[in-house]
Design a protein around this ligand. Structure first.
Ligand code: HEM
Length: 252
């Protein structure tokens, strides 16, 4: 027998789907800004061996000579990104949703099982919970990355007003300090989002329609045996019994 089970609260779905286009605008406008001073690449002395984005890339995607426009979009959407992210974190903390999300002492072992399962080395089904260990690590990391982008962004945006923040980064990253370290981290965090995005979307596609639809409607279809009452996700959040969710749920 099949039935609907609540999976994602309305607030989380709003925060998630607002974050997606906002992050896209942030990355696109960030590229418009980066074009003006594209410092990252591999150099020996004054000779450039490899440029992170070749000129043809900027030309193809029409990213050239649009610095002012890039700054205008970036400095507007950063507020939406920050407020949406902050509300998401507050809601997750207050509602108890963090119990599904934050890694615990079983997470690493379970994440390894997920890797083996995805590589088809492990045959046993994965634990049937809202988020498995690999998801807990990925989602928690991307939230920490969001905070990192905000802090490093502020350090670059207003290095005088936020001098304490820039100074905080003075420990140095790969030999660069202060403002340059903030810029370096800000750039690589963005590369991190792109990698997260590719893996996340591939896993969502792999997990299937039921899992994706739950992030829109809030409900997923679960297979239940007989009419016996099943534990709800709220019960699971407080550490109770095993979930009746379908095997593909929680694989994204
Ligand atoms: C086309 C783009 C995207 C799609 C289709 C998508 C889809 C999904 C789905 C289906 C889930 C639920 C996974 C499950 O229940 O097993 C999810 C959760 C999540 N996604 Fe995405 N996502 C997208 C973009 C993003 C982006 C850009 C980010 C952040 C950089 C992100 C971060 C997250 C996080 C943190 C969660 C966990 C949310 C929670 O329950 O607290 N997603 N996503």
């Amino acid at each position: 027998m099949k039935r609907l089970e609540k999976k994602h609260p309305l607030a989380i779905r709003w925060f998630h789907w607002i974050n997606f286009p906002v992050l896209m605008v942030m990355i696109w406008s960030g590229l418009l800004i980066y074009w003006a001073n594209d410092v990252y690449g591999v150099r020996i002395g004054s000779r450039s061996l490899f440029q992170f984005f070749p000129d043809a890339f900027y030309k193809k995607f029409n990213l050239e000579s649009r610095l002012a426009e890039g700054m205008a979009w970036h400095f507007l959407f950063m507020w939406i990104f920050a407020i949406n992210g902050l509300l998401y974190v507050i809601y997750t903390a207050v509602s108890g949703e963090w119990r599904h999300l934050l890694p615990n002492r079983n997470t690493l072992r379970e994440a390894w099982q997920v890797v083996l399962h995805d590589l088809r080395i492990r045959r046993q089904p994965l634990p049937r919970r809202k988020f498995n260990g690999a998801q807990q690590i990925a989602y928690t990391s991307v939230i920490v990355m969001g905070l990192g982008s905000l802090l490093t962004g502020l350090a670059i945006y207003k290095p005088i007003q936020f001098a304490w923040l820039t100074a905080f980064l003075n420990g140095g990253v790969l030999g660069v300090t202060g403002y340059n370290a903030a810029r370096f981290l800000h750039f690589w965090l963005t590369v991190g989002y792109c990698l997260f995005f590719l893996i996340h979307v591939a896993q969502v596609a792999r997990a299937g329609w039921n899992n994706f639809r739950a992030m829109i409607t809030g409900y997923e279809v679960v297979q239940v045996e007989g009419d016996a009452p099943q534990p709800t996700r709220t019960a699971k959040a407080s550490g109770d019994a095993v979930s009746p969710a379908t095997p593909e749920a929680g694989a994204a």
